[in-house]
Design a protein around this ligand. Structure first.
Ligand SMILES: N[C@@H](CCC(=O)N[C@@H](CS)C(=O)NCC(=O)O)C(=O)O
Length: 215
């Protein structure tokens, strides 16, 4: 059976949310292996690093042993196998639109937010395992990420969907990284009422349950 190698954190949880949205059930459609990333179990397990040389989660291991990594391409793979409900767009233009928003969010928010976290509150966990910028640079990156959260608040406006006016993949990274932030003491930047409403709305979805489960 397909195995999702997973852990705490926004990236594996993004894939788990996507699977729930696709109606895939743990135990029936895939198995899940959990790694304790707080203690670095993911990077100490040689058999896991053989599947994903970066040692990060998630990895989707297929029946034939192929290991897919990177949360977004894993979701696109799942979309191809399970086209309904459609979450990446029905037409080339729709797909380009969904990918545009996801890429913009990845580059403008996810990169500075995660680098800022690793240099700040996450430093004891990450410094032993990867290059981390100085605390001062980390604070600047976190402030840059907050500015870009404000930009996304503006893009959302009165909608609860960043792309296509309906629920798509592009909503999930925003929801996942906000929830990740909340678990590590981050708060929505001032003046992001649209984002607050967006999060409240998506908290009602079944997939939000991954943020309420102890792991
Ligand atoms: N770009 C990757 C990021 C993967 C990643 O950084 N995963 C985190 C969990 S959210 C992780 O494994 N952290 C523990 C570590 O780096 O040791 C993706 O989209 O899947």
């Amino acid at each position: 059976m397909t195995t999702l190698h997973s852990s705490l954190g926004p990236n594996p949880r993004l894939v788990r949310m996507f699977m729930i949205e696709k109606g895939l059930e743990e135990g029936r459609d895939f198995t899940r292996v959990h790694y304790d990333i707080i203690i670095g179990a993911n990077r100490q397990d040689a058999s896991y690093v053989a599947k994903n040389p970066l040692g990060t989660t998630p990895t989707l291991e297929l029946d034939d042993g192929t290991c897919l990594t990177e949360s977004w391409p894993i979701c696109e793979y799942i979309e191809e196998l399970h086209p309904a409900p459609n979450l990446f767009g029905e037409t080339p233009v729709e797909r380009a639109t969904v990918r545009k928003w996801a890429r913009l969010f990845d580059q403008e928010v996810v990169v500075p937010m995660t680098m800022g976290f690793r240099a700040g509150a996450g430093r004891p966990m990450f410094e032993p395992r990867m290059a981390v910028v100085s605390p001062e640079a980390g604070a600047e990156l976190s402030a840059m990420a907050d500015d870009k959260w404000r930009m996304f608040d503006g893009f959302l406006g009165g909608s609860n969907h960043i792309a296509l006016g309906r629920f798509t993949f592009a909503d999930l990274p925003m929801f996942a990284f906000a929830n990740f932030g909340f678990t590590v003491g981050w708060k929505l930047p001032e003046g992001t009422d649209n984002l607050a409403r967006f999060i409240d709305t998506h908290n009602q979805r079944a997939c939000a349950s991954v943020w309420q489960q102890a792991e």
